[in-house]
Design a protein around this ligand. Structure first.
Ligand code: ZN
Length: 145
């Protein structure tokens, strides 16, 4: 494994190089100086999505959701809890498919919520339907290997 990893800032979306030893020590962004990990999923649009997926050297878990979807809203607290558990080994992101329909179309999202896991810029796993926090964590770790 490399000594350092590319981590994309959830605030300004700048790519940071972070030593693996420092990942767990709440690293800050070199550009905007905010925390690189906030224990919260980051909301992505088209441009920021592409940056995170292409440049992140940690797996990126994406929740495709919509504001009108009841199960999506129910899953939101579990997803946030999963972010607290999975960071900094993973980046957790959310895509509002109503606000950013192009991403839902590009990934052919048929039902929501859908979780998709990206490793090295490629989708490696996908799961439709709401899950609890423990199952999200287990699912992500299993498929990121
Ligand atoms: Zn930043």
């Amino acid at each position: 494994m490399a000594d350092s990893l590319h981590i994309v800032c959830p605030h300004c979306h700048t790519t940071n190089r972070v030593r693996q030893d420092d990942l767990a020590n709440a690293p800050d962004c070199g550009s905007c100086h905010k925390s690189l990990f906030t224990q919260n999923p980051v909301a992505l649009g088209e441009e920021s999505f592409d940056r995170h997926i292409a440049r992140s050297q940690i797996p990126v878990l994406v929740d495709f959701w919509a504001p009108w979807c009841g199960p999506c809203k129910q899953m939101a607290p579990a997803y946030k809890q999963a972010a607290a558990e999975l960071e900094p080994a993973f980046r957790l992101a959310k895509v509002d498919t109503e606000a950013v329909p192009a991403l839902g179309a590009r990934f052919n999202i048929r039902s929501i919520p859908t979780l998709a896991l990206f490793v090295g810029g490629r989708e490696v796993a996908r799961q439709a339907g709401a899950m609890g926090a423990a199952d999200i964590v287990k699912w992500a770790r299993f498929h990121a290997l």
